[in-house]
Design a protein around this ligand. Structure first.
Ligand code: ARG
Length: 459
């Protein structure tokens, strides 16, 4: 046990208490952020003449050597220190002696941990953003290649209207693009530096908080020191944003699972991204998609967990807040792993275009267009809907599609039908005539695809 705060205690901490209280087991992840923050703090202290230049260089030299040794594996983080902050400070004093004891001047672990968490989260946001971008690039490629790949769309999981695979993938492109937007918003809101808030009330030292903030690439210092040490909004916002990412991945996974089923056979997952059964030799299972769908619950759990931890906390810092870390680390690792794997799975998946197209031809996906045809010829929509509904019933009895009916059969319902009905309800017409903004036709999709390409190049 090596503690920073033994002075006012007469007894040793009970070992169980020590273990229960310690966070080194998980906040050791912060060693880079902790050292980076300390170096900035020391530079500022020297600039403000709170430390001499010599003291500054001494301390920075010590901190850099600790970082180097940690990176190379020479130095191991061990559990006799309460947390990463104590570990770094104790090692610094060990290495450079008395002057190391000046590092913590004008600082508390409360603003220190707030800083470390922010530096860490900022980095995570950048990583998540590039993982989502990779997925968007794959989606864009699939869209470009499938402007004319026809497939059924669904409502209630019942066949609705024919669309293109490009359009379907485009829906996910929009979702993940919004996810990136959310990450960006969070970054913008959180990027203010808590250092200099001290325990909660600020400090009597003339710290230059603008300077520290600048050194650490923040937009500026935070405005209220009590808020600074007790704010975990950015953690909650990030967990909420990644929960939404998981929700999107999970919906997509669900579709892949359905499409990969024997009955649908719209896709074939690459061998490298599927798994087999120990007993049934014929099986090729979509386990990756299922796991992603499953892990979504775990990430939602993290969000609810941190929200619940924070809900009853009086200002300012409370030890409860230490509970944010393991949960957040786990959630972020989960999301990053899922994003990377999903991207590879979708990049290598084989779309069975002929099966998709054949499926779109069945299930009366052109019934709306048959009704619209009658409307164009002057039949009120409600009547047209009724006529086509009866035609569909006829087809069900005859086990055929609308296109298979003879003109006489069409005309037995209304003489408004003419030879051009066949062209009006062909799959090509159904899809390609939908060319207003946002629609499935290639004319509309081309605009979206080129706008997406520009977006991917610029952001
Ligand atoms: N390990 C602590 C945390 O994660 C660091 C802050 C400790 N501050 C304190 N006053 N006990 O929140």
């Amino acid at each position: 046990m090596a503690q920073l705060w033994g002075g006012r205690f007469r007894k040793e901490t009970d070992q169980l208490v020590y273990n229960f209280n310690a966070s080194i087991g998980f906040d050791q992840k912060f060693y880079r952020q902790d050292i980076q923050g300390s170096i900035a703090h020391v530079k500022m202290l020297a600039k403000q003449a709170i430390l001499t230049k010599q003291e500054r260089d001494h301390i920075i030299g010590g901190l850099e050597s600790i970082l180097l040794d940690l990176e190379s594996g020479e130095l191991q983080i061990t559990s006799e220190y309460e947390d990463i902050h104590s570990f770094v400070e104790a090692h610094l004093i060990d290495r450079i002696g008395e002057v190391g004891k000046k590092l913590h001047t004008g600082r508390s672990r409360n603003d220190q941990v707030a800083l470390d968490m922010k530096l860490f989260i900022r980095n995570e946001i950048t990583e998540l953003d590039s993982l989502i971008k990779e997925l968007l690039k794959v989606l864009e490629r699939i869209m470009e290649e499938n402007l004319h790949t026809y497939m059924p769309s669904f409502t209630h999981l019942q066949k609705a209207q024919p669309v293109t695979l490009a359009h379907h993938m485009g829906a996910y492109f929009e979702m993940f693009r919004r996810d990136r937007g959310r990450l960006h918003d969070i970054f913008e809101r959180m990027n203010y530096c808590p250092l200099g808030s001290g325990a909660l009330a600020g400090t009597i030292y003339p710290l230059d908080r603008e300077y520290t903030a600048k050194l650490l690439d923040f937009y500026g210092p935070t405005a209220n020191s009590m808020d600074s040490v007790s704010d975990r909004d950015y953690v909650i916002e990030l967990l909420s944003a990644v929960s939404t990412v998981m929700m999107h991945l999970s919906r997509f996974s669900e579709e892949i699972i359905i499409w990969n089923s024997n009955e649908y056979s719209f896709v074939e997952i690459d061998d490298a991204y599927s798994t087999g059964s120990s007993i049934m030799p014929q099986k090729k299972n979509p386990d990756i998609a299922e796991l992603i769908r499953g892990k979504t619950g775990r990430v939602y759990g993290a969000l609810i967990s941190v929200l619940t931890t924070m809900k009853g906390l009086p200002l300012a810092y409370n030890k409860d807040m230490q509970e944010d870390k393991e949960i957040t680390f786990d959630a972020l690792n989960t999301v990053k792993g899922c994003l990377a794997l999903f991207t590879r799975m979708i990049d290598t998946i084989k779309f069975r275009k002929e099966v998709m197209e054949a499926s779109a031809k069945k299930g009366f996906t052109n019934a709306t267009d048959a009704a619209d045809y009658l409307v164009r010829k002057g039949v009120p929509f409600r009547d047209a809907h009724g006529i086509v509904g009866r035609l569909v019933l006829t087809c069900i009895d005859k086990n055929c599609s609308l296109d298979d009916l003879s003109l006489e059969e069409f005309r037995s319902y209304t003489s408004v039908f003419e030879e051009d009905i066949y062209d009006a309800i062909s799959m090509k017409t159904c899809v390609e005539k939908r060319m207003i903004a946002g629609a499935t036709g290639a004319e509309a999709m081309k605009h979206v695809i080129s706008a997406n390409r520009e977006y991917l190049q610029s952001e």
